[in-house]
Design a protein around this ligand. Structure first.
Ligand SMILES: O=C(O)CCC(=O)C(=O)O
Length: 292
């Protein structure tokens, strides 16, 4: 397990312990523990309400799964075009994971911020073209938030008015994503500090074997994270004291979860393709702002 000077559970607090030590009044109050009977809420799009999102934000549920969110006879053809696309690239810090588009976190590992912003619009346009005759799922995901969350949803901009990219395509094939967390403000200390970061993924292709999403019932602070850091994520051995839930996505699902909770993707034994983005809340009464 390595030589780090903490024991499992010693440094990472449970949500209830964190609630007791939480000192930031603007922070999201997460309740201790998920609903034991239904950690993953599965529903039809028409039934999704702000209450479901609020329960996710406050930690009462681990994930929301919307089945049949993106089903169409044209989807297999779109997926083949994605697999053959010259835009398909690899993460510099995780070269076994394919992608089309840029993640903002890549600006801490080589990608220039100016290039991220300069290419945002054209990349989104090229992806829109790749998805034709279908609508880019990123726009459908943004519309879901806009239609469910009273303050609405729009694309994130920085203080300089630069607009973020959204709707990254990710490809796992024989590969996994290590247990990790996603925090906009960890990738850019000058960025706004969200009080909540939602991950949204639409599953375009899923292999028969593997590719589960795993979410743990813990939200490490930066200090806790850095104590158990491993590669771009954290050492899973330290997560044993925490409950986790594994979800095998189905093609066409939209799954949403708290990106600040530790999460991982198990090895996909075959192509696993998603359209992915985040949506942050900068304050409790505000709109969701989407980005990748
Ligand atoms: O593809 C997934 O199921 C989750 C990917 C992920 O790590 C994320 O959205 O942050």
């Amino acid at each position: 397990m390595g030589t780090k000077a903490i024991s499992p559970g010693g440094a990472l607090r449970t949500p209830i312990e964190r609630a007791q030590v939480e000192s930031d009044p603007s922070a999201i109050r997460r309740v201790p523990g998920w609903d034991r009977n239904e950690p993953v809420v599965s529903l039809e799009l028409a039934s999704l309400s702000a209450l479901h999102l609020e329960r996710l934000i406050h930690g009462e549920t681990a994930a929301i799964r919307i089945a049949n969110f993106y089903r169409d006879a044209a989807l297999p053809g779109v997926v083949e075009r994605i697999l053959a696309s010259p835009l398909l690239a690899r993460y510099a810090n995780a070269p076994d994971i394919g992608k089309i588009g840029n993640s903002y976190f890549e600006t801490v590992c080589g990608l220039r911020k100016d290039d991220y912003f300069a290419s945002a619009r054209s990349l989104k346009h090229e992806l829109d073209e790749l998805f034709r005759p279908l609508t880019n799922p990123a726009d459908l995901m943004k519309n879901v938030l806009a239609g469910t969350w009273e303050p609405g949803a729009s694309v994130l901009q920085n203080d300089a008015g630069q607009t973020f990219f959204y709707g990254l395509i990710r490809l796992f094939d024989g590969t996994e994503a290590l247990a990790h967390v996603d925090h906009l403000e960890w990738d850019d200390v000058s960025a706004a500090r969200p009080i909540f970061q939602l991950a949204l993924n639409t599953y375009l292709r899923i292999p028969a074997d593997g590719g589960e999403l795993v979410v743990w019932d813990t939200v490490p602070t930066r200090e806790e994270h850095d104590l158990i850091a491993k590669d771009y994520g954290v050492d899973e051995a330290y997560l044993r004291p925490f409950r986790s839930v594994a979800v095998k996505p189905n093609e066409g699902d939209l799954i949403m979860f708290d990106a600040q909770r530790v999460h991982a993707v198990r090895t996909a034994h075959g192509p696993r393709i998603t359209s992915s983005m985040f949506a942050v809340l900068l304050d409790a009464a505000g709109a969701f702002r989407v980005y990748s």
